[in-house]
Write a protein that binds this ligand. Structure first.
Ligand code: ATP
Length: 441
């Protein structure tokens, strides 16, 4: 597949199939027939997802002096969502087909007159606004006072902790608060595999700036975030930043851009970057009665910071990295499937493969794997032929395969095969850790 093309629907099916076959993603509660577009991340998928989140955290928090982290609760009281506007406005337009009784999200229909399920025209009800928040009860009594919501985004955790963070740390605007965590939306039509699910993970950052600097910081974050995907292996030909038209903007936003990826169904959102003004802090200040301002001692001035928000989906982005990495090529008359992940994103960094199951090889190979595990995730596989084991690692996207053979017993060296070029090099066992670490970057 050429890298500037979206995968075809057939290729999409192959990729989805590979994720199941190789332990990336399983349908939730599969032994009970699955559960409403929810998914579980398997032994390989959990590594991929973790690497995506770690890469984001590294760029957004670890490598910066101006962003701190947060991990806020998922359960939250109605007041938060009253103030944020979610109780009133976090809705999608829902239509029912009076013929087949299916329900759809009107703004996502290809043809708003035709039911995509039964094909009938003119059978939709009038649209009504459907609130996407999951409602539950906190505590043993089911009454109005115990109503709680599962957060539909992580962002409000940052706004309601703004005062805690400025009172307890040394931050001063411009600064950010970053958070990775689960969010829940009762999507009307989940689908396209893990692209849209009811339970998903987000990576969000609220960047608080002096009001006069908001426009320039918005530009800054649009380009930083676009670059982050490129730096982690997304081809520029399948990535773009699209500024929202005026009629797409929320009433408080003076600018929003989406980072979009070319999916099999066309361009679609990975992340939204929004210039939110002082809307969120002002709303929470009004509803809670707390002052959510910055006091600039030198100028003796108080002001409400403006907020730039880059909000990305971790699960959606992990899927996009997988699609971008997928490749098929002909090798000696056979099709080789390989995931060309960026080393930071690759689930395993290396696999140790003893050539035979004989203890004289599995012993030292196991020791080498144990040594490397101190530095990164390492797979170990002694089953099947070496060719099949290489193919399995290619399908997991493992950058390096390290083969311990009978010669290794004599020369104390191993063969290291690089995933993309398939080139092999003989490397002394004592140098393997540094050889791999250096090439992983
Ligand atoms: P959409 O218009 O697709 O419903 P949105 O614009 O409401 O999404 P945001 O509220 O901006 O999405 O959320 C930020 C990011 O969170 C999205 O760019 C996406 O990556 C991720 N996200 C949002 N909803 C879902 C979902 N249901 N499943 C998976 N990821 C999601």
């Amino acid at each position: 597949m050429s890298e500037d093309q979206a995968p075809s629907p057939e290729l999409f099916d192959k990729i989805v199939n590979l994720t199941k076959r190789r332990g990336f993603v399983y349908p939730s509660a599969e032994i009970y027939g699955g559960f409403r577009s929810t998914y579980d991340y398997g032994p390989i998928g959990v590594l991929l997802l973790r690497n995506v989140k770690d890469a984001w955290w590294r760029s957004m928090v670890q490598l910066r002096g101006d962003v701190v982290g947060l991990d806020a609760s998922i359960l939250s009281p109605p007041q938060v969502w009253e103030a944020s506007g979610h109780l009133a406005n976090f809705t999608d337009p829902l239509v029912d087909c009076t013929n087949c009784k299916q329900r759809f999200r009107l703004d996502k229909l290809d043809d708003p007159e035709q039911c995509p399920s039964c094909g009938k025209r003119g059978t939709f009800t009038e649209p009504r606004q459907f609130n996407l928040m999951f409602k539950t009860q906190a505590g043993p009594v089911e009454d109005a006072a115990s109503v709680a919501y599962l957060r539909p985004e992580t962002a409000q955790g940052m706004f309601i902790n703004f005062k805690n963070v400025i009172d307890t740390t040394r931050v001063r605007p411009p600064f950010g608060i970053a958070q990775i965590g689960k969010s829940f939306r009762n999507e009307i039509t989940p689908g396209q595999f893990v692209f849209r699910t009811r339970e998903f993970e987000q990576m969000e950052m609220e960047f608080f700036v002096p009001p006069g600097e908001a426009a320039q910081w918005y530009e800054y974050w649009c380009s930083e975030r676009y670059q982050w995907y490129l730096d982690h292996g997304m081809p520029a030909s399948r990535l773009r930043v699209r500024a929202h038209d005026a009629d797409e903007l929320s009433h408080y936003s003076s600018g929003t851009s989406d980072v979009e990826f070319l999916f099999p169904w066309g361009w679609d959102e990975l992340e939204g970057i929004a210039n939110r003004g002082d809307y969120d802090l002002t709303q929470h200040a009004t509803h809670s009665g707390e002052k959510l301002e910055w006091y600039d001692q030198a100028a003796n001035e108080r002001w409400t910071p403006h907020v730039i928000e880059p909000a990305a989906g971790a699960t959606r982005t992990a899927m996009a990295f997988l699609m971008a990495a997928y490749d098929e090529e002909e090798v000696r008359g056979e099709t080789r499937v390989v995931l060309r992940f960026h080393p930071r994103i690759a689930p395993y960094k290396a696999a140790v493969l003893p050539l035979s199951k004989k203890p004289e090889l599995t012993g030292p190979a196991g020791e080498l794997a144990a040594e490397l595990r101190g530095s990164f995730m390492v797979d170990y596989d002694e089953t099947q032929s070496i060719g099949r084991r290489y193919r399995r690692q290619d399908e997991l996207g493992t950058p390096f395969c390290i083969t311990y053979d009978f010669e290794s017993l004599e020369d104390h060296a191993v063969t290291i095969r690089e995933r993309d070029s398939m080139e092999q090099e003989r490397v002394p066992v004592a140098d393997v850790a540094s050889y791999v670490a250096e090439r992983l970057g």
